[in-house]
Design a protein around this ligand. Sequence first.
Ligand code: ATP
Ligand code: MG
Length: 279
Amino acid sequence: MIRFAVISTKGGVGKTTLTANLGALLADLGLRVLMIDADVQPALSKYYPLKHQALRGLTQVITSGVITSDAISMVDLPVNGVLDIVVSDTPEGQIQNWLINQTYRERRLYAPLHSAGLEEQYDVVLIDTQGAVGPLQDAAALAADILISPIVPETLSAREYLSGTMDLLQRLTYGGAYLGPVKALIYRQNRTADAQGIAQQIRREGHIPLAGRVTVLDTVIPSAVAYNNAATSQTPVHWHDRVTRGATPCAYEVMHRLAHELMPNLADVWAGNIGEGDA
Ligand SMILES: Nc1ncnc2c1ncn2[C@@H]1O[C@H](COP(=O)(O)OP(=O)(O)OP(=O)(O)O)[C@@H](O)[C@H]1O
Ligand SMILES: [Mg+2]
């Protein structure tokens, strides 16, 4: 089982959209995927319709330290594999206050996500996080094997990205905790020369202040209306935007590139038509 956390110290960069679309694609490729909504604002929990809403969710997982079936909801999409979710059920942010008072609070998601039972049940865990520093974000980062960090190529965002990510790395590696590698993902790139210049600069120099702890993925997620349309219709973007017309690659292509780059063992696997087997 591999655990990814989608992390950014800046809000509104596309974490939830990315988690939902990557989760659904991996499930469509036949994998058993568990998404965890670790944001107190439950955007991922509402992204897709559910066919089974569990009685419990994130609060139970964090406070008990285990994931039991009564905390696992099922997404209602005809994917080839499995797409389940632990929903966020802490709208007032109570879990953050609870966490602040715990010893080993950074380990509160690590333990449930490293249990032998869960390892047998799922191939991939994908954690969506909130775009704000806090104990929940720390716990999610430390629970993951790999951190995926979307960065929108705008000057201000890129600066915030560097300083925010440096703070995160410094804070979480303090005391010898093990933080997985960070993979930056150039996200929501538009076709302006400005955005392309900043993206190139991030590739050339972005990793330097981060002392080799961060690599930039080759895949770039473009800015495209298909991602908004898919969210509105509560379906995965790779179902919608399947043919490239013009200069922006279609979401089917882009999301597969990302999945293949993150999980090279999937390199020859492509999603079929909706509800069919592999193409
Ligand atoms: N590739 C894309 N192209 C264009 N728009 C996108 C793309 N991906 C996401 N968006 C839009 O960007 C906005 C922010 O996305 P999203 O909610 O996923 O960000 P977030 O990082 O989860 O935000 P928060 O920090 O509030 O949790 C949404 O309106 C979403 O539809
Ligand atoms: Mg979000």
